[in-house]
Write a protein that binds this ligand. Structure first.
Ligand code: G
Ligand code: G
Ligand code: MN
Ligand code: NA
Length: 250
C-alpha cells in the first residue's frame, strides 16, 4: 500500500501538524481547553483526512511514534500558554496497549513542564468492547499520574452504560451524531438529554461535540450541558488562529 509507505516516510518530517479546536464552558462562556487534532499534508496529494490515515497508522503500528509526537507537541504547546487551559489528546487502543505508555506520558510532562491536571486523554468505548483488562488497568495508572481521562464519541459504541460503571471517567463527550439530531425531529434531542442526565447522576461533566447551530447551543444551555465544542464556536485550526484565547508566555 503506497499510502502506508508514504505515512512511514512522513514520520519525523514537517508533513504533520496539530490543529486545535476550542472547548467552552456553557455557563460562563469561557474557553476551558482545546482538543488537539492531527493533520497530514501529503507532499503530492495535499491534505489527507485523519479518518483515512489514522486507521492506516493503527494497522501499521505507525500510530505509536505518531501518537507520541502528538502527545509531546500538544503538551509543549499548552505549556507555553499563559492561561492554564486544558489540552485534550486522542489516544488509540494500540497506545493504551503499550506497557510503557505511563512512562512516556510522565516523561513528556516532565520534559514540557505541563502539569498533569491540564492533560486530558480521550479514549473511545471500543477499548472496552475488546474487553481488554490491561487497557483499563493502564487507564487507572494514567489517572494515578494525575491526568484526566475522557470517554470520546459517547453513545456510538455497544456498551456505553457498562463502560461508565467499569471506569471512573472524568468527562463524557457526547458524539456529534446525537447533537446533530437536535431540532431535526421532535425527539431529536432525547438522547443528548439522556446523556446529560446520566452524567449528572454519575457526577461526570458532559461536553457536547459538533455544535454547529444556535438552536443546538440553546438546547444544550437549557439542559445544562457543562461544555461545548464545535464549528459554531471554533473550528480545528493552527493555534495561531486562537492566540487571543491562549496568549503565549514563551
Ligand atoms: O478532525 P477530524 O476529522 O479531524 O478527526 C477524524 C478522526 O481522527 C477523529 O475520530 C479523531 O478522534 C481522530 N484523530 C484526530 N487526531 C488524532 C490523533 O492525534 N490521534 C488519534 N488516535 N486519533 C486522532
Ligand atoms: O472522534 P473525535 O471526536 O476525536 O473527532 C473529532 C472530529 O470532529 C474531528 O474530525 C473534527 O474536525 C470534527 N468536528 C469538530 N467540530 C465539528 C462540527 O461542528 N461539525 C462536524 N461535522 N465535525 C466537527
Ligand atoms: Mn476526540
Ligand atoms: Na468524538
Amino acid at each position: 500500500h503506497q499510502l502506508a509507505l508514504d505515512l512511514r516516510a512522513a514520520i519525523g518530517t514537517a508533513q504533520f501538524e496539530l490543529h486545535y479546536q476550542p472547548q467552552f464552558e456553557v455557563a460562563s462562556g469561557r474557553a476551558s481547553g482545546f482538543e488537539a487534532l492531527l493533520r497530514w499534508t501529503h507532499p503530492a496529494h495535499g491534505p489527507i483526512s485523519p479518518a483515512q490515515f489514522i486507521p492506516l497508522a493503527e494497522e501499521t503500528g505507525l500510530i505509536l511514534p505518531l501518537g507520541e509526537w502528538v502527545l509531546r507537541e500538544a503538551c509543549r504547546e499548552a505549556a507555553a500558554w499563559a492561561l492554564p487551559l486544558g489540552i485534550a489528546v486522542n489516544l488509540s487502543i494500540a497506545q493504551l496497549e503499550q506497557p510503557d505508555l505511563c512512562g512516556t506520558v510522565r516523561s513528556v510532562l516532565e520534559e514540557t513542564g505541563l502539569t498533569p491536571d491540564r492533560l486530558e486523554l480521550e479514549v473511545t468505548e471500543s477499548l472496552f468492547l475488546k474487553g481488554s483488562a490491561r487497557s483499563q488497568e493502564m487507564l487507572r495508572d494514567l489517572k494515578a499520574l494525575g491526568v484526566r481521562i475522557s470517554m470520546d464519541d459517547f453513545g456510538t459504541g455497544y456498551s456505553s452504560l457498562a463502560t461508565l460503571q467499569a471506569f471512573p471517567f472524568d468527562k463524557i463527550k457526547i458524539d456529534r451524531s446525537f447533537v446533530g439530531q437536535i431540532g431535526v425531529t421532535s425527539k431529536g434531542g432525547a438522547i443528548v438529554r439522556a446523556i446529560i442526565s446520566l452524567g449528572e447522576s454519575l457526577d461526570i461533566p458532559v461536553i457536547a461535540e459538533g455544535i454547529e447551530t444556535e438552536e443546538q447551543l440553546a438546547f444544550l444551555r437549557q439542559h445544562r450541558c457543562a461544555e461545548i465544542q464545535g464549528y459554531l464556536c471554533g473550528k480545528p485550526q493552527p493555534i495561531a488562529a486562537y492566540r487571543g484565547l491562549v496568549v503565549h508566555v514563551k
